[in-house]
Design a protein around this ligand. Structure first.
Ligand code: NAD
Ligand code: ISE
Length: 318
């Protein structure tokens, strides 16, 4: 039985603790922490997990760790887990700057084995997997374009315009790299007329991504669309189109519930087999954050911004 520790017991931390405790097999939650100590105490007591004062204490007390705290704290905990030689599943983003992600990549390379998986759950969603199989199987000839929409009914009061790129569209940045096996080489962010539900946010955004092989992807983020949580995708190929299935949901927990289950079950199973994760890597986390950085620059300047990645270490080539 994998003894898991959870750092950050907010929305997704609690949701992952619930699935580890009641849905999945092969793991149990033994340690939790949160800067909100009252919250951590309640969540820990409900599942019989020890409550620790710091993330580092949690890492010491478990076999593998889930980082579900706010993005700016991810680097510290992921580096501490690598330092302790323990597998770490980090919710997106891997870290909030490309240079912080590089420090994580470098630490993993120095350690000589993969320990980090990033929470890009779309790779585990049935509808996305079907779309990728069909597109890769040549059903529509060579893919040329993809249209995506990422619509949230609403967002918390602390949500800022840049978060539509770094918190929301970051899922599409990873998804298209995985869907087409190509890096994103440039980004441009367009700002249409604003939705009055957004209370001062620049919302929606229209993001144009250029892939290394010439495919162009457009991503609409609308985060105050009111009617529901709606994730869309359509690939245009030489001989036809393929459309992403999936319902209009209430929120991300509802739409991707099965994908989160599969993501963590496959993580537990992979650790049981080899001790190493096989899902989205620290390199994938770095590549997505590099696109986010370029996207925020494009939002500020209105210009097309190129994405320059470092050379990929051999640890991340397979
Ligand atoms: P949240 O605010 O509900 O929960 C985050 C928790 O982390 C809070 O309880 C906060 O007190 C705690 N925290 C913050 N800094 C901490 C620190 N240094 N040490 C310990 N605890 C700390 O936020 P959330 O929506 O659960 O998001 C958490 C993370 O999960 C974010 O990185 C977010 O981007 C990601 N997320 C991913 C998905 C997904 O679809 N994969 C969905 C939602 C959130
Ligand atoms: C949230 O953090 C997520 O990751 C959700 O999947 C996304 O739809 C939402 O926009 C983000 O705020």
């Amino acid at each position: 039985m994998l003894r898991v520790g959870v750092i950050g017991t907010g929305m997704i931390g609690q949701d992952h603790i619930r699935r580890l405790t009641s849905v999945l097999s092969g793991a149990r939650v033994v340690a939790v922490t949160d800067v909100d100590t009252t919250l951590a105490a309640g969540v820990g007591a409900a599942v019989g997990a020890a409550v620790h004062p710091t993330g580092e204490d949690v890492i010491a007390a478990c076999d593998a760790v889930l980082v579900c705290s706010w993005g700016p704290s991810h680097e510290q905990y992921v580096l501490a887990a690598i330092d302790a030689g323990k597998p770490v599943f980090c919710e997106k983003p891997l870290a909030t700057t490309a240079s912080a992600c590089r420090r994580i990549v470098d630490a993993e390379v120095a350690c000589g084995r993969r320990l980090v998986q990033v929470g890009f759950m779309r790779r585990f969603d049935d509808a996305y997997r079907k779309l990728r199989n069909e597109a890769g199987g040549g059903a529509i000839g060579a893919p040329l374009l993809m249209h995506c929409a990422h619509r949230n009914r609403d967002v918390p009061a602390y949500y800022r315009t840049e978060m539509a790129i770094v918190d929301t569209a970051v899922h599409e940045f990873d998804m298209v790299r995985w869907m087409f096996g190509e890096d994103i080489v440039a980004i441009r962010v367009l700002v249409p007329r604003s939705n009055r539900n957004g209370a001062g946010l620049q919302d929606p955004l229209l993001i144009i991504l250029e892939l290394a092989n010439g495919i162009i992807v457009d991503v609409e983020t609308s985060v105050n669309i009111r009617y529901g949580y709606d994730i869309r995708g359509e690939i245009v190929g030489e001989n036809g189109t393929l459309t992403l299935g999936g319902p209009v949901a209430v929120d991300w927990r509802d739409r991707f519930q099965a994908a989160y289950d599969t993501e963590l079950q496959e993580w537990i199973d992979a650790l049981g087999v080899s001790g190493h994760p096989t899902g989205p890597s620290a390199w994938d986390g770095y590549a997505a954050t590099a696109v986010c950085e370029a996207g925020v620059q494009s939002l500020r300047t209105g210009s097309r911004v190129e994405v320059a990645l470092a050379e990929r270490p051999s640890l991340f080539l397979s």
